[in-house]
Design a protein around this ligand. Structure first.
Ligand SMILES: [Zn+2]
Length: 279
């Protein structure tokens, strides 16, 4: 009798794991870097740089998945929807973007699927950040009102609103303060850095082994902008960008946080990618 009860208990435990799907929550924050493709930049004039002033011209497109003991967050979603991939086909392209691996596949390599994502946040609404937003329409969307309003009204310059149109039905949380502590323990904090777009935000992560890191959206495009105060032509508030940079760099200095520029190809290439992770 005892034997059967042990088997029964084990069976229930197995079923529960299978139904739940996602891995057990980690003990501390884990950061998975996902390669969401590349943008070709022929001429950096629109960023107010000359070719010879920059080490690398092209952009990486980074997506980031965070597993916290209390839940999960997806930060940005790439440029090309996974649905553009065809079995055995060439890497899909869109305007000057190319993607070599579906986001979903890289998330699954870490053991998660889009339905395991509790929170979804965008650094901002531009086309190279919203590519797979529809996959995360089931998550709680963490967004500032100005940004959400523009996206849903079609007044943002997102280029492909069809890539995020399912977010209109998403559960959402309007962030109305500068710092938004996602899980309430100070380890995953969304920080307001307006300028590039009106509701632009960056992600501060306190990682136990790696140390603090800030994933900076498009507050910077090139690492050269860390020391040269130039901003892209399409920033909605150029002095705002400079002010946001100054504030964030002061915060980074104070906390010892490293700045990870999402489009910095050289730095991005060196990062370990999912299923490897930073913790
Ligand atoms: Zn961008």
């Amino acid at each position: 009798m005892k034997f059967f009860s042990i088997v029964f208990t084990a069976g229930v435990a197995l079923m529960a794991t299978a139904a739940q799907g996602a891995p057990k929550p980690p003990q501390s924050v884990q950061l998975y870097v996902i390669d969401c493709g590349k943008l070709t930049v022929e001429d950096p004039a629109r960023f107010n740089f000359k070719k010879e002033e920059l080490k690398r011209l092209d952009f990486s497109v980074g997506c980031y998945f965070i597993a916290h003991p209390k839940g999960t967050l997806m930060w940005d979603s790439g440029v090309i929807p996974d649905s553009s991939f065809q079995a055995g086909g060439a890497p899909p392209t869109l305007q000057y973007a190319v993607s070599t691996k579906p986001l979903n596949q890289q998330l699954r390599a870490a053991g998660y699927s889009p339905k395991d994502v509790n929170y979804f946040a965008l650094s901002h609404y531009h086309w190279d950040h919203i590519g797979n937003a529809n996959q995360f329409a089931g998550a709680n969307w963490l967004i500032r009102k100005v940004e959400r309003d523009m996206m849903l009204a079609g007044t943002s310059d997102s280029r492909f609103p069809v890539h995020y149109n399912e977010l209109k039905n998403s559960k959402f949380t309007l962030i109305d303060k500068d710092d938004y502590d996602v899980f309430g323990d100070g380890t995953v904090v969304i920080k307001f850095t307006p300028g590039h777009t009106p509701g632009h935000q960056v992600l501060y992560l306190k990682l136990a082994k790696t140390g603090p890191v800030i994933i900076t959206g498009d507050l910077y495009h090139y690492p050269e902008e860390l020391t040269v105060p130039r901003v892209p032509n399409n920033d909605v508030d150029k002095p705002g960008t400079l002010k946001s940079r100054e504030k964030l760099q002061a915060f980074a200095k104070q906390t010892g946080a490293k700045l990870w520029i999402q489009h910095d190809l050289e730095a991005f290439e060196k990062l370990k990618k999912s299923p490897a992770f930073y913790e």
